[in-house]
Write a protein that binds this ligand. Structure first.
Ligand code: ADP
Length: 655
């Protein structure tokens, strides 16, 4: 294809391009994977950090609590020292102010045991009525623990002092509030049994925990910190929710993108097939196509155009006038025509132009210009459709020459016939003049004294008449010397050729010719040219008669064998029938009389000549009214066998 449209890529797009729609999805998945890995690492680091903090919190809390217990132990030991000096009786313990202070602080009770572990004194003494006014360690439920201090010395044992205390109170008073909010602080024994806890059992923490031994102060006791709020796993954090949303959106966007790409690809495919169709159609068109911009520069040519002018598309596209196919001797005229066409004044019915092919041969074309409009409806130039009419022009030329030759022949034939008729007509008067001259001369001589001048004049008159007679005789001899060229011929073919010669004239006059030719028509012996003349004359006369006809104008030319009594056809008959005004009751003799014509410029010799030609062929010529109105002119000619018999009979008679 040789167009300004972009070249079509024949192969389909690679598969990679078809999967291009998924690229954003893959990139997004990669991104999300990265974010997940990052979130996981971040989560791990955070947990590690929390654990470290928890360990350090546990250690410092354990140190604080241990200090407190150690302090209580020290006070109990001091109390034991004071009791060592006192008498071991029940009131001695309650009298100690240190005991009351201890009970306010932490202790639940203090018991003094003698070396054989019998109770010497116990504070507070059991009372049936509880004193709930002020919250004291004694109100604290749960397990209790003991602090022990020896009252005597190693060499004089005085028993021991046992202070019972509530570890829950120790925790409540010893654990800072912010730590208690962060952790569930517990004291557990070696069997994992909870001794005391800062949280009630309903709100147990479920995070990481850390356990640290309480050391020698509280044997087999551990301090355990458990994170109150377990950190959310990485996949439940907000960014992950956002990522989920993001993935969803990307999924939707990819689906839309995929649909869009499908549509684009479908549109592209249909555009490509349409372009291929158009290209194939343009290239297979018999009409040359040429697009020009408003300056006459060639924008597009199709293959037919290139074949017409013999130049390749790439040699033509982009060229400005003058074009290489313009005839060099008519550049000015073609330039003028170009300016007219670009101004939008090209004839709508097209115009003829003569171009020059690359090989120098001339090319006749018919050009139809129409506006070239772009996709926005804007006129950007002119589109020309070009039809090669070289052959048609040559045919017309040939036809024209043939018609002229035919007319010339017809004129010559007619002239010959006129001359023949004149000679025939003049012969009689000339003979009469010669006879009268001889008669007058004889009569004057018989009268005795003829005037020599008159006699001389009569003699010259006789000589002139004889001379004229000889001339006429010679002309007749000359005209009758050409014998018709008898040969076997197909009448149907002669008829068709004759009508074909008149075709253009008949078309111009709007006359339709019908044939009713017998395909099995026997051959005849005839002078083809003369018979053709007869048919032409009859058809032309019929067309002349139809010229004034308003309605349908129809001529029928029929051929048929004439059946003879012995069944062998001896003649063929030709009828030329028209639906014109008819012959008005005139007989054949009138119509064929020399110089009879009803036409303004008619000569009146046509039918006379026809009849003499047909009779010279031993045929018959006739005219009659046609059955449906109009005229019917007919002639018959002997078929070949019969004609030969007639000719040989004639030859015999003449020899
Ligand atoms: P011309 O054609 O010169 O008049 P023709 O001898 O051919 O001479 O015709 C003589 C006349 O015969 C015509 O003028 C016309 O009046 C008449 N004639 C011939 N053919 C027809 C026809 N088909 N229909 C009617 N009249 C005809």
């Amino acid at each position: 294809m040789s167009a300004v449209t972009p070249p079509i890529e024949a192969a389909a797009r690679p598969a990679g391009r078809r999967a291009l729609w998924a690229l954003p999805l893959w990139l997004s998945l990669l991104f999300v994977l990265g974010v997940i890995v990052w979130a996981q690492r971040n989560d791990r680091d955070e947990r590690e950090e929390l654990r470290k903090t928890m360990i350090s919190d546990a250690l410092s809390l354990e140190a604080q609590l241990r200090d407190r217990v150690d302090e209580e132990t020290a006070r109990l030991t001091a109390l034991a020292g004071q009791l060592r000096a006192a008498r071991p009786e029940p009131g001695a313990l309650g009298a100690q102010p240190e005991v009351a202070a201890g009970l306010r602080r932490l202790w639940l009770s203090v018991t003094w045991l003698d070396p054989r572990n019998r109770i010497i004194a116990h504070v507070p003494e059991r009372s049936p009525v509880p004193q709930p006014a002020v919250a004291s360690p004694q109100d604290e439920p749960g397990l209790s623990m003991h602090l022990v201090a020896p009252v005597g010395s190693a060499d004089a044992p005085g028993g021991m002092l046992v202070a019972r205390f509530a570890p829950a109170v120790l925790l409540r008073r010893g654990v800072p509030w912010w730590l208690a909010r962060k952790y569930d602080v517990q004291l557990v024994d070696g069997f994992d049994q909870v001794i005391a806890s800062t949280a009630d059992s309903a709100s147990r923490a479920r995070g990481d925990s850390y356990r640290v031994s309480f050391g020698p102060s509280l044997h087999d006791t551990y301090l355990q910190l458990t994170q109150r709020e377990a950190p959310l796993p990485w996949f439940r954090t907000l960014p992950l929710v956002l990522i989920g949303g993001f993935l969803l959106l990307i999924g939707v966007a990819t689906a839309l993108l995929r649909r869009q790409m499908h549509q684009v690809m479908n549109a592209e495919a249909s555009w490509r097939s349409e372009a291929a169709w158009r290209g194939a159609m343009e290239d297979s068109a018999l009409v040359g196509l040429r697009a020009r911009d408003d300056q006459g520069r060639l924008l597009y040519v199709n293959r037919t155009f290139c074949d017409m002018v013999g130049y390749r598309a790439d040699e033509l596209i982009g060229r400005s006038p003058p074009m290489p196919y313009w005839p060099p001797d008519a550049i000015d005229e073609v330039m003028w025509r170009l300016r007219r066409n670009l101004a939008g004044q090209a004839p709508r019915e097209g115009y003829e132009a003569s171009w020059r092919r690359r090989d120098g041969r001339s090319l006749d074309v018919m050009v139809f210009e129409s506006p070239l409009v772009d996709a926005n409806g804007r006129q950007i130039g002119w589109m020309g459709s070009i039809v090669d009419i070289t052959e048609r022009k040559q045919l017309e030329e040939r036809e024209h020459r043939q018609t002229e030759t035919m007319a010339h022949h017809a004129r010559l034939t007619m002239l010959g016939e006129v001359a023949s008729t004149l000679a025939h007509e003049l012969n009689q008067p000339l003979m009469a003049i010669a006879s009268y001259t001889t008669g007058i001369t004889n009569s004057l001589q018989r009268s005795g004294q003829p005037d020599p001048v008159v006699m001389g004049a009569l003699e010259r008159l006789g000589q002139q008449a004889a001379h004229a007679g000889r001339i006429v005789q010679r002309i007749r001899e000359f005209l009758t010397r050409r014998e018709p060229q008898h040969e076997a011929c197909e009448l149907n073919q002669i008829i068709r050729d004759a009508v074909a010669l008149l075709q253009r004239e008949l078309q111009r006059r709007g006359v339709a010719v019908e044939f009713a030719l017998d395909p099995a028509l026997p051959q005849v012996v005839a002078d083809q040219v003369l018979i053709e003349q007869v048919v032409i004359n009859l058809v032309r006369n019929a067309a002349d008669a139809l010229a004034t006809q308003a309605g349908e104008r129809r001529i029928q030319v029929a051929s048929s064998p004439v059946a003879a009594p012995d069944l062998a056809a001896r003649f063929v008959r030709i009828d030329v029938v028209d639906n014109g005004p008819g012959i008005g009751g005139h007989g054949i003799e009138t119509l064929c009389a020399p110089f009879y014509s009803t036409k303004r410029d008619g000569m009146g010799m046509g039918l006379a000549i026809c009849r003499s030609i047909i009779e010279a062929h031993h045929g018959a010529f006739d005219a009659a009214a046609a059955p449906g109105g109009g005229a019917r002119f007919s002639f018959s000619l002997p078929v070949i066998a019969h004609a030969n018999a007639v000719l040989s009979a004639q030859e015999e008679a003449s020899s």
